[in-house]
Design a protein around this ligand. Structure first.
Ligand SMILES: [Zn+2]
Length: 339
């Protein structure tokens, strides 16, 4: 019967695209192992084992609609859970974030959804589908965590993305800022297992989806940048084996190592590049990869007598973008944490 869960559509991707403008009636089934499956809404599905579980796991993708590789991975995991080829040992909420941008094959339609969380949607045009969707996603996630059994001891959220820009470090994670929090060894072990050996440690609160779960839902969470943006069907999914394998282990309820086997390098922001005036000059090439290293003494930008020159240790650029209005952020210069 589960082959027809998304009937008449083939899988959650097709179902999500086809029903993007509809009211989706909740659908509920119990698998032969006792796992309860509930399609809560368009692109939002929950699996709950009938055994005691200690983890509430949120796995999201398609918050940017054209970042297709994680969507294909999530859809395949859901198919395997429904077919009971994948064991369900923990509660899992899967989210395909932005159905309209998925359909359009774009990052977003009206507004970048990954800037709408932590209640930021309240300050936006509430008639826009993406703004309403961000509000709904917050509510579904909050309910999912609120309904967890007393046996639950950890909340996890992995928000899976791919990037437009090349990266000198193919995969990286962004760890949201929460005052007084440090990245635990168990989460470094998760990253290592997923072949993510670079983590940008944010130093101020943001309004991304993973910031919402970290700041307001007490979860360990990351925004995961897992490779390059490509259209549906054109992804080399072998490049994503690490995350696929690791998510499946977590869902099955298998233990991950307590600490990483390979080093996971932490990076912190040393300088925020801002376009200070119309005379501002930016000396970083347009197509430079994220995490490109700049040697001490390199001039990064100049605006008259003001300039930024790399200090006494190497720095690494992320998210460079010169085509922005005066006063906005043009990129970040990072330093690698020692030890
Ligand atoms: Zn993204």
């Amino acid at each position: 019967m589960t082959a027809f869960f998304f009937s008449p559509h083939k899988n959650i991707i097709r179902h999500t695209l086809a029903t993007r403008d509809d009211e989706v009636a909740p659908r509920h089934e119990i698998l032969s192992a006792g796992t309860e499956v509930t399609l809560l809404d368009n692109g939002i599905i929950r699996f709950e084992p009938n055994t005691a579980s200690d983890t509430s796991l949120v796995i999201s993708c398609a918050v940017h609609g054209n970042e297709t590789a994680p969507i294909e991975i999530v859809s395949a995991i859901i198919d395997d859970l429904l077919a009971e080829d994948q064991k369900c040992g923990q509660r899992v909420l899967f989210i395909l974030g932005n159905p309209w941008a998925m359909e359009a094959g774009t990052r977003f339609v009206d507004v970048n959804m990954n800037r709408l969380f932590c209640g930021d949607w309240q300050h936006q045009d509430l008639t826009l589908p993406e703004v309403k969707r961000a509000a709904k996603l917050e509510a579904y996630v909050a309910n999912f965590f609120a309904e967890e059994p007393v046996t639950a001891t950890q909340r996890l959220h992995y928000d899976c993305h791919t990037a437009i820009r090349d990266s000198a470090r193919e995969r990286f994670a962004v760890y949201p800022f929460v005052a007084g929090r440090t990245l635990p060894e168990t989460q470094k072990a998760f990253l290592d297992s997923a072949d993510v050996h670079t983590v940008l440690l944010q130093q101020q609160a943001a309004n991304t989806f993973s910031s919402f779960t970290s700041l307001q839902q007490n979860a360990e969470s990351f925004t995961l940048e897992l490779g390059k943006v490509r259209p549906f069907g054109e992804n080399d999914l072998t490049r994503f084996e690490g995350i696929d394998r690791t998510l499946r282990r977590l869902i099955a309820g298998d233990a991950l190592p307590d600490s990483p086997i390979n080093p996971v390098d932490g990076f912190t922001v040393h300088h925020t590049i801002e376009k200070t005036s119309e005379h501002w000059e930016f000396f970083v090439e347009d197509d430079v990869a994220n995490f490109t290293e700049f040697a001490p003494g390199t001039e990064i930008w100049r605006d008259g007598d003001d300039a930024y020159i790399v200090g006494d240790e190497p720095e690494y650029i992320v998210f460079p973008n010169r085509d922005i209005p005066v006063g906005q952020r043009a990129g970040l210069m990072l330093r690698k944490q020692s030890g």
